[in-house]
Every structure is written in C-alpha cells, then in structure tokens.
Design a protein around this ligand. Sequence first.
Ligand code: ASP
Length: 579
Amino acid sequence: MTMRTHYCGELRSSDIDSTVTVCGWVDTRRVHSEHLAFIDLRDHTGIIQCVVDEKLDLRSEFVVSITGTVRSRFEGKSNEKLSTGEVELGDCSVELLSSAEPPPFPMHERSDVDENIRLRHRYLDLRKTRMQKNLRIRAKVNSAIRKAMEKQGFVEIETPMLIASTPEGARDFVVPSRLHPTNFYALPQSPQIFKQLCMVGGIDRYYQIARCLRDEDLRADRQFEFMQLDMEASFVTQEDVLSFVSEAIKDSVESITGERPGKIPTMTWHDAMERFGSDKPDTRFGMELIELSDIFQDTEANVFKVDCVKGILYPKGAEILGRNAIDSLTEKCQNWGAKGLAWFRVGENSSLEGALTKFMSDKEIEQLASSMGADAGDMVFVIADQRRTVNHILGLLRLELARPPVGEGGLNFLWITEFPLFESVTDSGEPIPAHHPFTMPHPEDLGMLDTASGAEYLSIRSQAYDLVLNGWELGSGSVRIHKKDIQAKIFNMLGIQDEEAEQKFGFLLDAFKYGAPPHAGFAFGIDRLVALLAGEENIREVIAFPKTQSGSDPLTNAPTPLDSTHLEELGLRLSPDTT
Ligand code: ASP
C-alpha cells in the first residue's frame, strides 16, 4: 500500500461513492468563498477536481495528499477536456506534504518559455504533460527494443565507457587519467570495436542500448550524448541484419501507435541520390527529381550545355509562388552551391513561361513540359550543373518547397543500401571512408580496390546501409571486413600506415588473427526514433536532461572549471590563452 489509493487521472463514474486518497501537485486553485475552494490536483496521469471546504492556504505546485469521496459533478458541470471530467472528490481532507515557491515559469502546456530557463528548472518542465508523455514513450520504445532483440536471440552486453578512441569520424570527448598522468581515455563514440570483439569472442548475437558520445556541433537532431540500439551478429548477411532491426523497429512503433508498420522498403544509395537528391530521402511526399539531360543534348541554351540537367515539379506552384518567393528560392539555391535556378510557370496546354524559354527550341520546351508531367498552374524548377550538384540542390529545394512538418504524413521508414565505400577523395588522392574503415566492399566491386584511383574511388560500393525515417537518418551499419588481407588493403588505400593501424586498432587486428567469424551489424538512434514517434522537432524534448544548443547544462552548470588541486592531481596545466 502506497500513500495513495488511486492516481488522479484514473477516477471515473464507476468509482462514485468510493473513498480514495490521491497525491500530487496543486495545478490550480479556485476560491469560491472563504470556506470553499476547488483544487485541481495533478499527477502524471492527469487531473482530478477536489472540492475542499476547509480554509487552507494552498498555492500552485504545493504537494498534497487528499482523501475524499468520489461523486458525480453537478449537471452541466462536467469537463470534457479531462478524463476525470464527470467526477470530483468531495468531503475532502487535505494533508500538506510540501509547500512550494511560485514556479519561475507558467506551468501551462506549451507556454513559450526560454529554453535556458526550462532546462535550468528541468524538474519543473518534466511535470508537464508533454514531457511526461514523451519520456513514457521513450521508456516503452526501449522496452519494446529489448524484448524484440531478446526474442531474436540477442544477448545484452555492456561495453566500457573509458576506452581508446573509436573510429566513427567525429571528435572524441576525452577524460584525463589520474593514475597515468598525461594520458587520456576517450569516451565511446560507439561500441563499434567492442561489439566486433564480442563476435570474435563467440557471443554470436550482441545488443546494447548504448550511450554514445560525440563532440560535434549540436543541432535539433544531435546532442553530445545519445542512445543507440547497437547490435552485431555473426554468420549473417546484410539481409539478416535488416530483418533483425526491422523487427525491433516494428515492435517499437506498434508499442506506441498500436499499428504495426509493413515491410520497410529498400532503395539503393544511387537511386536515392538520383530520385530524391539525398541519402536520407523524405518519402512522405513525391516531387522526385526528373532526368532531363537527353532533352538538352544539342541545345543552343548555354545554361543547359552541362553534364546534367534535372528538374522537379511543384504542383500548383505557379499559383502559390510570387516573384519574391522565386527570387528567394533562387538565392537559397545559390547559397547551396547552384549557379542559378531555372523556373517555368506552366500555362494552359502545358505551355511554359519563363525567362529561359527564348533560348530553347519549341521541341525542347515541349519535351520539358511532357517529361515533367506539367499541368496548368504547376511550376517547374530546373538545375543544370555537375550531376552531384544538381542532385544535391534539387534535393534541398524539394524539401524547402514541400516537406511536411514533423508528426504529419505518417512514418515512412526506408532502408538505403549499397552506400559508396568512400565519400570523397583528399587533395593527395586518398579516399575518405563513408562509414568506418571496417566496412566490407560490395562483392561485385572488390576488384576495383586494386585498380581504382582518384574519382574512381567514389564509384566503389560497400555493404553499408542506413535506416531513414521521414528524411531523418536513424542509423547505419555494415557487413564488416573479417579478412586480414582486405582490411590491410583498405587501410593502405586510406593512407593508414601499418604502424598507425597497429597503434589505433592493433587489438582488433590481433583478435582477427585468432579466427574472426563473418559478421555484420547496425546501430540506430533511439532519441531520433522517439522524437519522430512523439511528433517532436527536437530530440531535446525526448531526453530527460539534455544540453542546450551551445552544449551546456543550465541545471548543473556543466561544463565547469576544475580547481587547481584537481588539475594538479591530473597532471594538467591550463594554457594561459584558455583561462
Ligand atoms: N558504429 C556505427 C555507428 O555508430 C554503427 C555500426 O556500424 O554498427 O554509426
């Protein structure tokens, strides 16, 4: 038996005449007369109206326990907005458990409160329905993930936080070592190396809801610390990994929405770039990129005498966009790297109207309109440039024009496969890995490892895959290299000398000498998944104690300076420029 018999939000007409005790915070108090007050008492389940006829000095956010009898509200007085709106507590006796100072911001939902103040008093912010709901969604998702992984034979293993650097490509957070002055631990950017060691160790199927830390600039979908479902399995293919993760995703979604998503579709990276101009396409809406290069093969129009011409169709755009809006879109495209933005209003009979039509032949105009499937009132936007630039700009323009808000348009999960092995090439000709250096090349492209050079590197595909939801990258994974010779070749290509490889990943390479099973894995961000399930734009809203945009914590004041004794103990001296 706890201090309460019921939660505030669970009382209903079926409880009428029962004597109950509820506990919580005074949400509002309306004084009727000197001896009669209505108190709305709140806990995480909701609010119950209590009619108190003693003279009490109770204010908002006081903590009380109220014992009373459930009764029907007077006719016409029920409140449809409350789950408990048909009843109230009468004959109340109130026990004051804690008084409270007036809160520093209004406790009403969604009142516009400065972020710093919200986070400074996060414990008050947590009392709000929005945060209560979001954190409980999060807990359910975690629980569904655990169950899904366990049902598929995965074992939860905890990996250490104080480690040597992990190669995820971000900056490490480091921790100075007291016992080994001048030496530092890195906090894990991911459990990557440990999970691979687990595979060598015969664990077979590993998972962990893992905290990962990356010292990168914060954004709406990025915090320094974040949680991932991290998994790895031995003797499996890419298809197996996609299926394990899909199961966890579907179970999580079902636990929140009650509906189980269907099979998650797959698209190759190449198709995603060509069709949506992005490796994380938001497939909640169409407006795909349409190839137009052939139309302009023999064009007289100089702007179209380039490597690639593609367009997007903005339905009814000509009716929506005025000249100023088009100018501002053009400016945006230029800021994204375009030379310009060609646009055409579609008139009756698919006629096109735009500044460039006078340089185009009738045939080009006609073919452009028909390839775009243009109807009267639509707007056609065209970019002509290098293929990569065209895709990139149109991908961004598409989002700018028509991306639905978070929480609308359903949940569009998508697997992106066959990522390139390398994302770019340095000036000195060395390729930079797109994922991490343990990613297995695509079997059909293995031969290219020996022959490629320069830009050719970029066409080598890998067995790396991402999971995307509504245009957010939820996670990444890959089939790993488990053979020493391929790994050595990749390190070689990346310009990682034997000595450096030995120093950075020697322990993994050593482990591989003793019998590494073929293995593959994945990790997806739980903060992002929960934010999208909760309809939140910013992952901060689904994290109990997040950092601000500038990476500080107004609640605890972290990061804080270290006192001199502590510094000395760690063998650290601060450089005068930073103090
Ligand atoms: N360690 C990778 C990451 O955190 C995921 C993986 O390859 O399994 O993105």
